[in-house]
Design a protein around this ligand. Structure first.
Ligand code: NAP
Length: 248
C-alpha cells in the first residue's frame, strides 16, 4: 500500500537513507531539512529515481510554526500522512559537562527534545483516528547514547535521547487505540556527517572496530529498520526500542 511519510532531517545521513528506501516502496516522502537545500534536492531526486515521490521542505524542528508548516506541505502535496520519522538531531563538540555552557545545552534540548516532542504531537494530531486521521506509524530516532550516557563527549546529547526513549514508551500507550504505533530506533556508530559536526569525522570508524560486529554501521542499515517500522509488516510492534548498533 502506498504511504505518505514525513521525515525530519532527510537531506543527509540516516534520514536520507530512510527517504530513499521509502521511495523504493513507491511511497511519497516529505523531505525536511534545516539549511542544506542542495542536499535535500539530491534526496528528492534519489527518492524519485527509486520509484517514489518527494518534495523538499525547509524548516527547523525547534520552531513550532515550521513544524506545522512541514506537515501541511506534505499533506498538501500527497494527502493524509501515514507515517512520521522523528529523525532530525544534532551533537555538539565533545566536552565534559563541567565545561558546557547554557547556549550549547539549550540548542541540543531545543532541537533533539522539544523538536521531537512537537513533531510527535503534530503526528498524534494528524494520524489519530479519533481526530480524523487514518492511524499510522511514528518512528523516533534515539541513540545508543541513551543507554551509554555519552561520558566525556556529550552527556547533554545522551540525555536528550533518553527523553526520546521515554516519549516512545508513553506515547505508544497513549496512541495504541488510535491506530498509531510509536517505536524508536537506537543507532550505534553510523557513518554519517554527524561525527564531523561533533569535531571527530572518523569517530564512527575508530570506535566502530570495538563493537561486537567490528565495524561502523551504514545509514542504509538504519534506514531499513526505520522503513520496516513504518510498514505494515510491523503491525503488532509498538512501544519498542530497537538497537541498531552492531551489538554495542
Ligand atoms: P547528519 O548526517 O548530521 O544529518 C542531520 C540531518 O538533520 C540533516 O538532514 C540536517 O539538515 C537535519 N537537521 C539538523 N538540524 C535540524 C533542525 N534543527 N531541523 C531540521 N533538520 C535538521 O545526522 P545523522 O547521523 O543522519 O543523524 C540522524 C539522527 O540519528 C539524529 O537524530 C542522530 O542523533 C541520530 N543518531 C545518529 C548516529 C550516528 O552515528 N550517525 C548514532 C545515533 C543516533 P541539513 O542538511 O539542512 O543540515
Amino acid at each position: 500500500m502506498s504511504k505518505v511519510i514525513l521525515i525530519t532531517g532527510a537531506s543527509r545521513g540516516i534520514g536520507r537513507s530512510a527517504a530513499v528506501l521509502a521511495g523504493a516502496r513507491g511511497w511519497s516522502v516529505g523531505v525536511n531539512y534545516a539549511s542544506n537545500a542542495a542536499a535535500a534536492d539530491d534526496t528528492v531526486a534519489a527518492v524519485v529515481a527509486a520509484g517514489g515521490k518527494a518534495i523538499a521542505i525547509p524548516g527547523d524542528v525547534s520552531d513550532e510554526a515550521a513544524i506545522i508548516a512541514m506537515f501541511d506541505a506534505t499533506e498538501k502535496a500527497f494527502g493524509k500522512i501515514d507515517g512520521v520519522v522523528n529523525n532530525a538531531g544534532i551533537v555538539a563538540h565533545g566536552s565534559m559537562l563541567a565545561d558546557m555552557d547554557i547556549a550549547r545545552m539549550k540548542r541540543i534540548f531545543d532541537i533533539n527534545v522539544l523538536g521531537a516532542y512537537l513533531c510527535a504531537r503534530e503526528a498524534a494530531r494528524r494520524m489519530s483516528t479519533s481526530r480524523g486521521g487514518k492511524g499510522g506509524s511514528l518512528v523516533n530516532v534515539s541513540s545508543a547514547a541513551a543507554r551509554l550516557g555519552g561520558p566525556n563527549e556529550y552527556v547533554d546529547y545522551a540525555g536528550s535521547k533518553g527523553a526520546i526513549d521515554t516519549l516512545t514508551i508513553g506515547l505508544s500507550k497513549e496512541l495504541g487505540r488510535e491506530g498509531v504505533r510509536v517505536n524508536a530506533i537506537r543507532p550505534g556508530l553510523i557513518d554519517t556527517d554527524i561525527h564531523a559536526s561533533g569535531g571527530k569525522p572518523d569517530r564512527a570508524h575508530v570506535l566502530g572496530v570495538q563493537t561486537p560486529i567490528g565495524r561502523a554501521g551504514t545509514a542504509d542499515e538504519v534506514g531499513e529498520s526505520i522503513v520496516w517500522l513504518l510498514s505494515d509488516a510491523s503491525s503488532y510492534v509498538t512501544g519498542a526500542i530497537l538497537d541498531v548498533s552492531g551489538g554495542r
